[in-house]
Design a protein around this ligand. Sequence first.
Ligand code: UTP
Length: 292
Amino acid sequence: MIDLALVPVAGWGTRMLPATKSQPKEMLPVGRKPIVQYVVEELVKSGIRQVLFITGQGKTSIENHFDIDAPLITYLRETGREEQLQELQFEREDVEYFYTRQRRQLGLGHAVLCGKAMIGAHPFVVALGDSIIGLNAESDIVSRMTSIFEREKADIVVCFEEVPSEEVVHYGIAKPKGTVGEIFELADLIEKPSVADAPSRLAVAARYVFSPVIFDALAETKPGKGGEIQLTDAIHILLKRGHKGIGVKLADHERRFDIGNFESYFQAFVEFALADPQYGAALHEHVRRLLN
Ligand code: UTP
């Protein structure tokens, strides 16, 4: 059973400046929680018990967030704030945290390669630290993917979301082998194709499972656009060599919230806030008044 996940959180987040100048993009709140807390809670629900963060400069608030804050707990207890104490329950998740730094921001593929020494010969999950799957992270996609990885004896399992055809230019896009159901075999993966060249509308959606053979492919991957080592290019190398790759489609209720730019951030925040059990209804009314 796969219980190890690598969570890259080392990117600059330049598309979200100035919000990300001195705080990590992954720590921006969506509704009540920082993005990366949703990611970890989703992983824990899927059986992950070891989380390796690939961090970088200016990311120490992520480490602080997952620490047990004893003085804060004592303060809340002594002042009778039991309700707020409940909000720190996530600190007690049954999970071990590890941190290493990506010392140069050479892309997502390079960030994954930074985990090689610790991960060694184990299969592992990669979950992007800036993407939430499903409203309030209600998704078991990772446990579905790890089961399929083991059952199919695959080297790569990638999660996909169907996007409108004009959006394929922003994502890694699947070239499926045969018919596409909820699960399908991958012939290839194409990074940011043109609309005309796209082999499907299935876009890579922030969750992966890999056998350690991915590290060999990453070590061979040449820097692409912007000098970055792309994870998609390493997957392409493995598929071309005949390694087995499986695609898994997100279900309708498992929309991917990719918090990479302000447009998607605003949409995600509004959607989570409107769904808040305590404040959602009043916010609904407020927004309705604003729009009228
Ligand atoms: P993005 O592709 O959104 O890149 O990263 P970015 O650098 O954070 O953002 P922009 O393009 O400058 O606005 C997807 C995930 O991969 C991590 C990011 O932290 C984010 O969680 N990442 C990206 C790394 O860990 N290292 C990198 O070199 C690039």
